[in-house]
Design a protein around this ligand. Structure first.
Ligand SMILES: [Zn+2]
Ligand SMILES: [Zn+2]
Length: 137
C-alpha cells in the first residue's frame, strides 16, 4: 500500500497513542503537523487504512468510532462515564471462533469483546464525591 504524506501522518497519530482516538482527536493531532488538512481527508484516510487492515475501527454502541493502531486481536474496556477505551491485558480466546463456527456453521473471521464499566479515574472521582458529601470524622 502506498502512503501519501497525509495518510502517513494519520497512521502515525493513531499508532503513536494507546488511547484509541476518535477521528476528531486524530484530526487535532495531525493538524499540528499538516495545518491545511481537512476533517474529511482524515475521515477518508482512516476508512482506507481500516479497509487495508492497518488500523482497527472500534465501533461504539451509540458512541463515536475510535481507531486502534494495534491490529493484533485484543480486548477492550469502555468506561460508561468518560467513554475512554483502554486495552485489557487478558489473553484472547483463540479457540472461541472455531467452537462457535463448528456449532453454528457460521464462517467466523474474528471476534471482539468489550468490557463495560467505570474506569479507575472515574471511580476515584466518585469516591472523592462521596467523601465530600459524607466527611469522615
Ligand atoms: Zn472513565
Ligand atoms: Zn486496543
Amino acid at each position: 500500500m502506498r502512503h501519501s504524506r497525509q495518510r502517513e501522518a494519520i497512521l502515525a497519530a493513531v499508532r503513536g497513542t494507546t488511547c484509541h482516538p476518535t477521528a476528531d482527536a486524530v484530526y487535532a493531532e495531525v493538524r499540528t503537523k499538516i495545518p491545511g488538512i481537512s476533517l474529511g481527508t482524515v475521515y477518508r484516510n482512516l476508512r482506507v487504512l481500516v479497509e487495508a487492515g492497518e488500523l482497527l475501527a472500534i465501533e461504539g454502541a451509540g458512541g463515536l468510532s475510535r481507531y486502534d493502531g494495534c491490529t493484533e486481536s485484543h480486548y477492550h474496556f469502555r468506561c460508561d462515564v468518560c467513554g475512554r477505551v483502554i486495552d485489557v491485558d487478558e489473553p484472547v480466546d483463540d479457540g472461541l471462533d472455531g467452537r462457535v463456527s463448528a456449532r453454528t456453521g457460521l464462517a467466523i473471521r474474528c471476534h471482539s469483546l468489550e468490557f463495560r464499566g467505570v474506569c479507575s479515574g472515574c471511580q476515584a472521582q466518585r469516591l472523592d464525591g462521596t467523601a465530600n458529601e459524607h466527611p469522615r470524622a
